[in-house]
Design a protein around this ligand. Sequence first.
Ligand SMILES: NC(=O)c1ccc[n+]([C@@H]2O[C@H](COP(=O)([O-])OP(=O)(O)OC[C@H]3O[C@@H](n4cnc5c(N)ncnc54)[C@H](OP(=O)(O)O)[C@@H]3O)[C@@H](O)[C@H]2O)c1
Length: 334
Amino acid sequence: MSESFKALVLNQEGENFNREIKSIDKTFLKHGDVLVKVDYSGLNFKDALILKNGARLVKEFPHIPGIDFSGTVEESQNDKFKAGDEIILTGWRVGEIFYGGYSQYAKVNGDFLVKKPKSLTSKQTMILGTAGLTALSCAFTTKTAREELLLGEKVENVIVTGASGGVGSIAVMILNKLGCNVTAVTGKESNKEYLKSIGAKNIVNTSELMKDSRPLDKGLWDGAVDTVGGQVLANVLAQTKETGIVAACGNAADIKLNTTVMPFIIRGVKLWGINSVNTSTKRREFLWNESAKLINFDLLSQSIKEISLEGLLDIYPKMLKGETSGRYIVDLNK
Ligand SMILES: NC(=O)c1ccc[n+]([C@@H]2O[C@H](COP(=O)([O-])OP(=O)(O)OC[C@H]3O[C@@H](n4cnc5c(N)ncnc54)[C@H](OP(=O)(O)O)[C@@H]3O)[C@@H](O)[C@H]2O)c1
């Protein structure tokens, strides 16, 4: 490996928080037993929060953020991996308490890594990244848990909130591919055509789900994927039909949830929390393998923005203001 390489380093001294693209060497990388040459990383909502001020998730500085990455093993002290293996990393608090993927080389615990399926390229795995893995988890929960695990009726009508975001847009695509009628909820009128092009049948403006929710509303959805939380989630719960499943993974609008027990005790609605950070390796391998069948990468790639480490610094504040759409991937060789 080259002696020095580029990484985005966060630092905090007293009140001063700064982000700098620095030249470092591998002695800087202090965690883990597998050294990876990173191809791509992603920009997720959590990354944006960490880039702003560490989001109380980062405990020690200096720190290298980036909660997901793909690349090739360069050196390994872990029995499961050898030089040349192509890998994917998402979650496990990498980029939070461990150094992450906004670096041309990353060193991590090999137990966190998944071997890249042959059916995907390294770039495609980060086109999906944490957002894609979360969307896959939500979509399988919404559709398959009800139909197969709980032996319920077919899941036909589903709603996805925050639909033009990273998780939302991929969930729209997967649920459409799984045969559902997808209603996409977005605050951006300008994204209507894009959402239809990736598989949404109907579009609802977020403002319609910001109203005060009734304990039970007209039942419209067999399933839901919520990335937004707050009032939107409360309305989705009230509009979910008998035995429907609502997969809740996000809080882009609010961490609070003001609801009643009525959807749960009258309609048997299930609120199913999704946390992709600690998902088991077995489940990750299943989801990554399924992704190649469910994702139309030609279509998805059209909405992907490739940026450099430098570009990240311009984009993350926009993501925090809800001004971005789709997924941003970071090319570490740019
Ligand atoms: N649980 C997990 O394992 C997990 C994993 C990944 C992400 N997440 C969470 O999932 C959420 C989405 O992540 P992401 O990476 O997809 O983020 P993202 O790309 O920024 O997408 C979030 C979307 O939510 C909508 N939105 C943003 N601010 C809003 C507001 N104030 N009110 C209503 N809608 C708003 C926007 O959709 P429109 O433009 O369509 O309105 C935005 O595109 C985040 O809360 C993230 O932390 C959780």
